[in-house]
Design a protein around this ligand. Sequence first.
Ligand SMILES: [Zn+2]
Length: 112
Amino acid sequence: MAMYCKNCGASLPENVQFCSACGTATGFAAQAVPGAVRSPLVRPREGRKVAGVCVGFAKAYGWDVLLVRILMMVGAIVIFPLAEIAYIVAWLAMPDEPFSLPFTTGVPPGSS
Ligand SMILES: [Zn+2]
């Protein structure tokens, strides 16, 4: 039974702990050791649909991105406008994921 990376969709051998393509913990590892691989709460630069808030929470807490998005969509309707406000607050509160390459100027973008 083949497995697929939740992050990049790469086909993986069974029972691998991490995706060989992107390093994301696979479902097997995520279930075996919940929360063991935890990312900081940031908005990833890849995989965004709107602002990356859903992806950021999913990655930080090991949740399923699709599940977070579904809950967000349901919440946007059921508890309008609280979900929208919460999303915007999270958007403002969560920093962008740092670039992979270090900055050489010492001045972060948008800090002026
Ligand atoms: Zn991957």
